[in-house]
Design a binder for this molecule. Sequence first.
Ligand code: GLY
Length: 310
Amino acid sequence: MAVALIAHGGAGKWRPGSDDDAVAGLADAVEAGRRVLLAGGSSLDAVCETVVRLEDNPIYNAGTGAVLNFDGFCELDASVMESRESRAGAVSGLQRVKNPVLVARKVMEETDHVMLTGDGAQRFARVMGFPDHDPVTPARRADWMDKRNRVDEILGQRALKMRKFLQEHPEYAGGTVGAAAVDSRGVLAAATSTGGVTLKMVGRVGDSPVPGAGNYADVRMAASATGTGEFVLRSLATRAIAERMGQGEALEQALEAVLAQLGRDYDADVGLIAVDAAGTPVARHRTRDMPHAWFSGEGPVASRMRVPPA
Ligand code: GLY
């Protein structure tokens, strides 16, 4: 069977000058996942390897370098899902761990649960051997200070409702990472990891750890979503792609239809990547940018900042 993998580094708007680094980081991460698949490894191993590389790269909003919440610390969300038995594992609001995606995988493999949150997730991570790690980088701290000051100026007492502000400042959202893959046994898997949205309320959980919203895999496809998570949660976007495929649509058609619906319903600033069981990778987004990289079969890794207009 044809192996394939696709990964994204977040739908949004990249700072001028950082485009090349964002695309190169995706290409490196997908190359790591490609090596796993070509050596006969599982799609789950491949998406985890890819996402770990992206979590460890501080330019993305996941793991080290994740954005800070309103109070100035990181709360990390991540999940994995595999088509075999529809297995899923997730963490939300997890603090002080280097690779949340690997903790999510442990939840799937070592517990009867699907998601652990907050203190419980952190305690579980420590029991599983994940040491204390501060994901806050000096660059993100400085960025938070700047944005926090300006939010107070712009929103004043209305800081709990940030939707309009985020629409006007797309650079405040974005940077979530995710990967989807199919392996030589035809098993599909997806993994997604994020710090969420800059200046989010403490305790806010986005779409990334929720199966069927920010991350999903079944026997037809595996997908990861990015962008403002509330829209992805409300639409269960990745699951919606699978349902359309169940009604006979091809992956590209199904993904485009779900994205178009997100546009009609919410004018949502989101992006989606997915791969089907035949090894077809697809990426689309409603934001200016969504760095992504992919490979299929014997082909090399390709990467770019955005999907060109049709
Ligand atoms: N899509 C990431 C988030 O909204 O948390």
